[in-house]
Design a binder for this molecule. Structure first.
Ligand code: BGC
Length: 571
């Protein structure tokens, strides 16, 4: 154990860190980890070129360790024309020089590991950039080795039932390539052709990319857009069985060759379809699936003042295979997606959270957490308190820990990808370059101005959101039941109050939330727990004993919540 003292941000902060244990020592680490998505180019610039880089991120690792982060998720940093935030990969085996060198990357992995922080990276399997040499070869030499690497047709008629995902920019999933004189298939932008997974050489090439990155020491992958790998006429081309076969094959490969490597599924699908990406005990696929079904319902719950939508989703989900874990999140670098909710739910979400059309992107909302919740500290805390206690491992988004704002005037989803706000200086401590050279401007809207909203200010103020969140993360870390315990939904005497237990062999924690904007006094029913005593976790305050009729009366302020440890009578 070593103690790190750092004055990177403000004053001194100390944190106890241990190096990352090996996968054999802690094979289920991801079930009690807190993840943090960091957009490299927007996080910290070490060399004054106005672009965040590996060295910059490395210099902020102490801050992330102090905050209580266990694993970073880095979106793509491969060479790319950057027409889709790097998800348009032009070379799978390199790093874009603007972020540094491969040595800088492996140094970062090592430095993170020393501080007990793991790193997973994005793996974009479904498509490449049209600038990728495979596509260039495919379009210029149809008979050559890459001729069949993409999905080419003479007419744009196949797969008519596949929906268009990027409805803001795309009219069809087929685009014509003049050079080859054929149409190519793409589920996303027309500059991002889909790889042809029917071709065994593509599958082998992709596996080699995964092997290559495993050798750099990364702890795992977020598998981007995996529902769309294979196509088949007469289907919507999502979640097809060959897609699952390939994911299972990839998992078997990493389990065999790089044991302990984490696979996280980005499968934006309805509940029943998402869970298929966990696979089965006999044939596992991903360790973690992002919890797309619950996320929009959490935001809806805050407006409807009812936990009904969340309860329904939680009750609908089948038990997961051994070792599987949800990845819960509030926001990320994409729009808050509304693809998988009903038309009625979507209409309400737009009305509540995106009243202006420029707040919308594709089928979703392009805003950050704090502005979505009108800067309401109580709602932001409540949302995090749910995020940290619902079954799953939470994925935080950089900047949300300080309540960063957004800029809905920027194109695509850039408004939620602006530079991290470290301090009140004109460049926000992000870079030594002139802010007018930044790729994306700093947030300067009234109330959200980086001179007021920044890490330095937040660290120095005891009552800040940052310090509150850090405390919450540290409580969560002390109770593994939050990560891997069972969950039991509980009934309460008021629909606005949602309650559930998280439970493992050591601890039983009652999590109770008032979703309403007015106070509530409720009875929570705790079946078979009469006589159990309790204490509230944040302040260690004694709370009531469960009554003979198995209920506990709890009073919550508006948008209030408690995490309460329940102790058996003979404890
Ligand atoms: C990524 C998006 C990207 C899309 C297409 C998604 O899953 O999260 O940022 O635009 O893939 O590449």
């Amino acid at each position: 154990m070593n103690t790190i003292s750092s004055s990177l941000i403000t004053g001194t902060f100390d944190t106890d860190t241990c190096p990352v244990p090996s996968p054999e020592e802690d094979p289920l680490w991801y079930r009690h980890a807190v993840f943090y998505e960091v957009l490299l180019g927007s996080f910290a610039d070490s060399n004054g070129d106005a672009i965040g880089d590996f060295k910059g991120l490395e210099s902020r690792l102490d801050y992330l360790a102090w905050l209580g982060i266990d694993c970073l998720w880095l979106p793509p940093f491969y060479p790319s024309p950057l027409q889709d935030g790097g998800y348009d990969v032009a070379d799978y085996m390199g790093v874009d020089p603007q972020y540094g060198t491969m040595d800088d990357f492996t140094d970062l992995v090592e430095a993170a590991h020393e501080r007990g922080i793991r790193i997973i990276i994005d793996m974009v399997l479904n498509h490449t950039s049209d600038q990728h040499p495979w596509f260039q070869a495919s379009r210029s030499d149809p008979q050559g080795p890459y001729g069949d690497f993409y999905v080419w047709r003479d007419t744009p008629d196949d797969y008519p039932d596949a929906r268009i995902i990027f409805i803001d920019t795309e009219k069809s999933n087929w685009s014509y390539d003049k050079q080859r004189g054929q149409y190519f298939w793409h589920r996303f932008f027309s500059h991002q052709p889909d790889l042809n997974f029917d071709n065994p050489s593509v599958r082998e090439a992709v596996k080699n990319v995964v092997r290559y990155w495993c050798r750099t020491g990364v702890d795992g992958f977020r598998l981007d857009a995996i529902p769309y790998l294979f196509e088949e006429n007469g289907t919507n081309c999502e979640n097809l069985s060959p897609t699952h076969d390939f994911i299972a094959e990839l998992r078997a490969m990493v389990d065999d060759e790089f044991p302990g490597t984490l696979m996280v599924a980005e499968a934006n699908q309805p509940p029943r379809e998402v869970v298929d990406y966990f696979g089965t005990d006999a044939r596992p696929e991903c360790h973690i699936c992002f919890h797309f079904p619950i996320m929009p319902r959490l935001f809806a719950a805050l407006r409807e003042e009812s936990g009904q939508g969340m309860r329904q989703i939680l009750a609908e989900l089948p038990p997961l295979p051994t070792g599987a874990q949800w990845g819960t999140f509030l926001r990320n670098h994409d729009e808050l997606t509304l693809e998988m909710v009903t038309d009625e739910e979507r209409a309400k979400m737009y009305q509540w959270y995106a009243p202006e059309s420029r707040m919308r992107a594709n089928i979703g909302i392009r805003r950050r957490l704090a502005p979505l919740l009108n800067g309401s500290r109580r709602k932001i805390e409540l949302a995090h308190a749910l995020l940290l206690a619902l079954p799953g491992s939470p994925f935080l988004y950089y900047g949300d820990e300080i309540g960063m704002g957004d800029n809905i005037w920027l194109k695509d989803r850039d408004g939620v990808r602006t530079p991290m706000q470290w301090d009140p200086s004109p460049s926000a401590g992000f870079s030594t370059a002139d802010p007018k050279d930044f790729r994306l401007p700093l947030i300067d809207a009234p109330n959200w101005d980086q001179r007021a909203v920044n890490v330095q200010e937040s660290m120095g103020r005891e009552t800040s959101l940052l310090n509150w969140l850090r405390e919450a993360l540290h409580i969560r870390r002390r109770y593994p039941a939050f990560g891997s315990g069972h969950m039991n939904l509980l009934s309460t005497s008021n629909d606005a109050v949602m309650a559930f237990l998280r439970r493992d062999a050591q601890h039983t924690i009652l999590c109770v939330y008032n979703l309403a904007g007015t106070p509530r006094c409720v009875d929570v029913t705790l079946p078979g727990m009469a006589g159990w005593t309790s204490r509230e976790l944040a302040h260690n305050s004694p709370f009531p004993t469960v009554k003979d009729d198995d209920t506990m009366q709890i009073t919550l302020t508006r948008h209030g919540f408690f995490w309460i440890e329940l102790l058996a009578p003979d404890y």
